[in-house]
Design a binder for this molecule. Structure first.
Ligand code: MRU
Length: 331
C-alpha cells in the first residue's frame, strides 16, 4: 500500500503569482480548483470553507499577505489586506499567526520576503505533520503494541486541512503504514460534512479501510467495544491545554472518558496559543444558521424555527489523554 503524499492533490499552492486552492466545497463530487488573483478572492474562499483546517489557514494567511504585497508594494495596503484576511475566521489561531509572520517578513524584505516566508510556513507544515505522524505512531505503539486498531476521528485533519499529510489523519496514516491499523470510523461531522465528504475521500484515495458514521453513533460504537482510540485535530490549544476544535469534539471526549478510551489531540506547535490562558478565552466562530437549517439547499427545519450554528467547541484539558505535537520545533 502506497501512502505517499503524491496520492492526494495539494490543498493550497502558489502558482504564477496567484494562490491556487483545491475547492473543498466541491469534494468529493468534483475536483475543482480556485485561482485567487486578489485578496478578496482568498477571503471569500476562506469564509466559504473552500480552504479550511487550521494549518492550511496558516499557509493561506501567509500567501494572502504575499499576494497583497505582489499586487501593491505599499505598506498601508498590505496591512489592510492582513487585517482583512485575519478577520475572515476567528477560531483557528494559525490564520492570524501566518498573516503576522508574512507581514513581518514583508516589512523586513518586501514582497519577496513575504513570499519566501509563506513558502517556509508551507514547507514547515508538511515537515511538522510527518513528525506528528511519527510521534503519534510511537505513542500508539507504546500503548497498544502492534495489534490492529479501530480508530475514530472527527472532521477533516488530513492533507486537505494542512499543506500536506495531515495531523490527526497523519497519525492514522502513519499507523496504517506501520501495519497496525484495522479500520477508521469517520464521523460525518454535521453540518458541513467535513468527515463524510473530505476525510472519507482522503482515506479512499489512500486505500485505508474506513466507514462513515453519523456523529450520534460514537457512543454506541464505544459501548460495543468497536473503538480503541479517538484522535482529532485542533484549531487552537490554550496555554492550559484546553482545545478548541470542530463542534462535536467535546462530546467525543466526554464519551471516551466514560468508556475508558484514550482521547488524543494532534496539532503542530503553530496551533498552540500560549497568549490565550484557557479555552474560555477562545472566540468560537458562529456560522450562518442556514448551514444547519438546510441540507444541500433544501430546508429541513420548519420555516418558523431558527437554528444555532457554533462551528467549534471547547474540550477541557482534563479530557485529553495526550497532545501529539512534533518533537522538533517547527517555528
Ligand atoms: O471549520 P473547519 O473545517 O475549518 O474546521 C476544521 C477543524 O475543526 C479541524 O479539526 C482543525 O482545524 C484541525 S485541521 C488539522
Amino acid at each position: 500500500m502506497s501512502l505517499s503524499d503524491s496520492a492526494l492533490p495539494l490543498a493550497i499552492e502558489w502558482r504564477s503569482n496567484q494562490i491556487r486552492l483545491l475547492d473543498q466545497t466541491a469534494l468529493p463530487a468534483t475536483l475543482h480548483f480556485i485561482d485567487c488573483a486578489a485578496v478578496d478572492d482568498l477571503c471569500r474562499a476562506i469564509m466559504s470553507l473552500a480552504v479550511r483546517g487550521a494549518p492550511a489557514l496558516g499557509a493561506a494567511g501567509a500567501y494572502g499577505v504575499a499576494l497583497a504585497a505582489v499586487l501593491s508594494d505599499d505598506l498601508d495596503r498590505v496591512r489592510d489586506a492582513a487585517r482583512q484576511i485575519s478577520a475572515t475566521r476567528p477560531t483557528a489561531v494559525n490564520l492570524g499567526w501566518g498573516v503576522r509572520r508574512a507581514l513581518d517578513a514583508y516589512q523586513c524584505a518586501g514582497a519577496t520576503g513575504a513570499l519566501q516566508c509563506a513558502h517556509e510556513i508551507a514547507a514547515q507544515d508538511v515537515a511538522a505533520n510527518h513528525e506528528i505522524g511519527r510521534v503519534g505512531r510511537d505513542w500508539l505503539h507504546a500503548n497498544f503494541g502492534e495489534r490492529p486498531l479501530n480508530m475514530l476521528t472527527h472532521c477533516n485533519t488530513g492533507a486537505l486541512a494542512t499543506v500536506g499529510y495531515g495531523t490527526a489523519l497523519g497519525v492514522i496514516r502513519s499507523r496504517a503504514e506501520a501495519g497496525g491499523l484495522a479500520h477508521v470510523w469517520v464521523d460525518e461531522t454535521r453540518p458541513l460534512l467535513q468527515g463524510a465528504r473530505l476525510t472519507a475521500w482522503e482515506l479512499a484515495q489512500l486505500a485505508i479501510p474506513h466507514a462513515v458514521v453519523v456523529d450520534n453513533a460514537a457512543a454506541s460504537l464505544m459501548a460495543m467495544g468497536f473503538v480503541d482510540v479517538v484522535i482529532v485535530g485542533a484549531d487552537r490549544v490554550a496555554a492550559n491545554g484546553d482545545v478548541a476544535n470542530k463542534i462535536g469534539t467535546y462530546a467525543l471526549a466526554v464519551l471516551a472518558k466514560y468508556h475508558g478510551i484514550p482521547f488524543l489531540v494532534a496539532a503542530p506547535l503553530s496551533t498552540i496559543d500560549s497568549a490565550t490562558a484557557t479555552g474560555a478565552d477562545i472566540e468560537i466562530e458562529e456560522r450562518d444558521q442556514l448551514e444547519v437549517a438546510e441540507v444541500y439547499g433544501n430546508r429541513v427545519i420548519p420555516i418558523e424555527s431558527r437554528a444555532f450554528n457554533p462551528a467549534f467547541d471547547l474540550t477541557p484539558a482534563a479530557l485529553v489523554t495526550a497532545l501529539i505535537c512534533p518533537a522538533n520545533r517547527e517555528s
